[in-house]
Design a protein around this ligand. Sequence first.
Ligand code: SF4
Length: 366
Amino acid sequence: MRISIPHMGNLYIPLKALFQRLDVEFIVPPLTNQRTLSLGVRYSPEGLCIPFKLTLGNLIEVAELGAETLLMPSGYGTCRLGYYARTQEQVLHDLGYDIEMIQLGVSEQKFFGLLKIIKRLSNGASWFDIISAFRFGMRKLNALDRMEKLVQKVRAVETEKGTANRLYDEVISAIDEADSDKVLEMVEEDYSIRLDQVPRDSQDRPLIVGIVGEFYVLLEPFSNFDVERELGKLGVEVRRTTFISEWIKFSLFLNPLGIKEKDRIHKAALPYLKRDIGGDGWESIGEKVLHNKEYDGLVHLAPFTCLPEIMAQNIMPTTRENIPVLTILCDEQTSKTGMLTRLEAFVDLLERKRRGSKCDRKMVAI
Ligand code: SF4
């Protein structure tokens, strides 16, 4: 059985490790690129959001490579995510691919539901092997996220721009190749030291920008025009609370730390929005309120036509907590050049604000 899953950041690395340990062939989708987008746009029903289009493009590409069993995250939320898997399965069948789509409804099934799916996919591997493979995958995922957090800090202050990105690309490959806990530990230690030693401007007090918005576009760099690396080039330190490892702990295990953080975010949003509106709209508002003293500004990533984020975009200007927000609508019609121009203008605005100059504009939207 050859299985695969669409890209979402570095998620393919722990999944590949997990399935390799269970002797299941896992096909890594080609890196999301212009062709992926074109395929997704061509075969998506009209008006769907960019996560649907890009994941559909990934699924078509892996079906071309021979994947027969496709995993697709799903959920019972109030947005379109709940229809993704069925609609995409239908599109793939219409295109002539004989695939089986398995929905990963982690919100409903939690940890044991996921383990049961893995057991089925691994032709009944022993529970011991499944749990040990799962733990190894989780270790890789945690290592990847820890490295990314370090890189977000170094990018902003490195004297030679691009050094942190180069090290990050290297460490991603090294973590991907690590075949034991010991090697994984050594890789993480080695790259933590190397990142720590990157020459930096010690006087620099970088601007801090929070990245909030819809889950997929936060995590998939192609969909957000690599906004974090671009901000790093402009000397901005990026803070993001959404990481797959933390989301998995929260969604699968109801980890107490995860709950606490989510609870804080939801509580902060309450004066402006009383309930979940699907997707991550509630969290976008909550994060603006919660972190307004720590961040100089916010970049709000919203897929075009995403109702939860449209609601968040409209509520955010009304909050008393007043930090500038740049909303970037992510879609195949958005051009990276246009996004960069606005990003530069936004950073310029934040710098002037920090220097104390008056600034009337609170919200900017692309
Ligand atoms: S949250 Fe928005 S972008 Fe994400 S699936 Fe739902 S509607 Fe689409």
